[in-house]
Design a protein around this ligand. Structure first.
Ligand SMILES: C[S@@+](CC[C@H](N)C(=O)[O-])C[C@H]1O[C@@H](n2cnc3c(N)ncnc32)[C@H](O)[C@@H]1O
Length: 253
């Protein structure tokens, strides 16, 4: 059964997918693999290593830009997202190559057989939004082969303690880093319209370990010199002072 968080977020992403792709599509590039607003590009970072011939699962794929890049590198890819409208954008982008295999699914219950993939990846897909990230991590472990790896990016936990504002207001902490109450928005009828959940850095490490995966790396990308693009609360001003993204590398031992 779908959780209240996932039900709310499915509606939100269906309603906002068009705006998201309009605003960020050019930065993400139709066949680019951008991990975060800081612009870390998998073509340079190679956090997944050599993907050629590997079976790779993209989690919370949006318009499947990353999946398209992976296919271009010779990976065998499946991609899924909770939002039908995001997947419509994934179908809309046609670069003349083979279509990305797409599934509509909730990351808390993966419709894939065990040990189906050597690699899994997620660029801000699903993990910041789910009420039960341990369920997602356990599902990822289940579908990975022994020795398989999972790399995922999320908002850096320290950002929770600050207003989500790209300007100077966003530089002064106004709440506790340790406050785990989720950020929520309501629909006009009072129902839950959007949810984002907060975990501390220690929570994330604990969750990965509890799922049976091991943390093998953590990248806190620095704001690149000359990068001026503002994305929500991410900006050059804040990026110079505070990390905005955490990228965890994990392995199934
Ligand atoms: C910030 S977007 C990132 C999309 C894409 N990875 C990118 O970089 O543009 C977050 C995505 O996660 C998806 N998502 C949210 N909750 C999810 C869940 N429980 N299962 C699968 N996808 C989910 C949303 O529909 C949305 O497409």
């Amino acid at each position: 059964m779908i959780s209240p968080s996932s039900r709310a977020n499915r509606g939100w992403w269906d309603g906002n997918a068009d705006d998201y792709q309009l605003e960020h599509g050019a930065f993400l590039r139709d066949d680019g693999f951008v991990w975060c607003p800081e612009g870390v590009d998998e073509a340079d970072a190679r956090l997944l290593g050599d993907v050629r011939g590997r079976r790779v699962l993209e989690i919370g794929c949006g318009a499947a830009q990353c999946a398209r890049w992976l296919m271009g590198q010779g990976a065998r890819v499946a991609a899924f997202d909770l939002s039908h409208r995001q997947l419509r954008h994934a179908q809309r982008i046609d670069l003349g190559g083979p279509a990305v295999p797409l599934v509509q699914a909730d990351a808390e219950a993966l419709p894939f057989a065990g040990e189906s993939f050597e690699l899994a990846c997620s660029a801000f897909g699903a993990l910041p939004f789910v009420a039960d990230p341990l369920a997602v991590l356990r599902e990822v472990r289940r579908v990975l082969v022994p020795g398989g790896r999972f790399v995922f990016s999320v908002s850096h936990p320290i950002r929770w303690a600050f207003p989500d504002d790209p300007g100077p207001r966003g530089l002064t902490s106004d709440r506790s880093y340790f406050d785990r109450s989720p950020y929520t928005e309501q629909n006009d009828d009072g129902s839950l319209g959007y949810v984002e959940h907060h975990r501390t850095m220690g929570d994330w490490v604990g969750l990965v370990v509890a799922s049976g995966l091991a943390v093998t790396g953590l990248l806190e990308p620095e704001w690149p010199e000359g990068h001026e693009r503002v994305w929500g609360g991410w900006s050059p001003l804040r990026g110079r002072q505070l990390p905005g993204t955490a990228i965890f590398s994990c392995a199934r031992t």
